[in-house]
Design a protein. Sequence first.
Length: 405
Amino acid sequence: MLFATLADELRSIADWLPTWLLFTGACLGHAYLWTVALNLLYGNPLPHWLLKFTRKIDIVFILCAPAIFWFALDLTHSNQLQWSAGNLRFWLAPYTLICCVFGLVIGPIAQLRYWLRRTAPQQIACTGRIVDVARELGYSPSGTGKRAGACRLPFNDVFRVEINEKTFALPQLPPAWDGLTILHLTDLHLCGVPDRRFHQLVIDECMKDGVPDLVALTGDVVDSAWHHRWILPALGRLRWNLAAFAILGNHDLWYEHELTRRRLRRLGMRVLGNGWETLDVRGQPMTVIGHEGPWFTPPPDLSSCPADVFRLCLSHTPDNLPWARRRRIDLVLAGHVHGGQIRFPLIGATFVPSRFSRRYDCGTFDEPPTLMHVSRGLAGQHPFRLLCRPEVTRIVLKKGTGRTF
């Protein structure tokens, strides 16, 4: 009875809508549904080969949308949807209308919410400069990997690195920390493309702005079985006043992650894993937490973590934000999603490997009691960026006024 009533409603909607609008809405909704599904899937710790296979199938399925809905709507004969049982078009009819609802109603509402996002009010300043690494070096540092050719594609911003300085005003910050600086690095993806000089020059540019108090490296350091050898020469140029902390990401898991940890420790970095340390910062304690989940388990155990102490969390993915909020983390630094890496005019990011889809694609987000900064990262497995420059961020903490939690 319920199915019959629903079918009657769908028929009435289909009869009311023009065929061209049904077709357009169905194609858009189909792409929206399957892109979000892929984003959610990539937010889970599934085998690498399965994710790659699923992504290819998903892309093909999205591209087939015009053919699917041309057939479903019988555009050649203008019969619209077929509601009589006994043929394939009957089974495609409900799905076509569901996609139409997503394409014409739910998708636009989601896009409007995306446009209306605001930077967290705790971010009171943001300045930056763009370093054209190819121009600085005098050549294109494409490297010799199998994807080096992608660096030469038109409109590719892969070598134009944005070095930002963002100031966060936090009311819970100890007064002694006013002006404390954190250099946030993430997603180096050392794999041969770009070449080693690219990474070295970026680090040198970061150091020109002064030695930071803390360095936070939030994962995906290595993306090949050979390029652990680049960790020391690329990151060995880093300097810091107090300490440097590092965690690993999903790509590190796939390539001898213990070797990556050992080499980072040789640089003097404190490799947190899924753990935490308490650091004396200008006479005040700070707890620095590492969260490498969901790929490395179990998650950090904070049962013996000092209470009423400022908590800084290095998380590879922004998906760990709910965990951080429940544990009253003050500041989360994350990467992983690369800002979507390919961003379209007006639309923004589409493929964002996160359980939240593109909600936390890049920027600073106020989710009380937690402030989270998501960096676009420095490189990627696929060396192509459209309207999404690589990013390194120097964070300046200031004693602010306002709410505390």
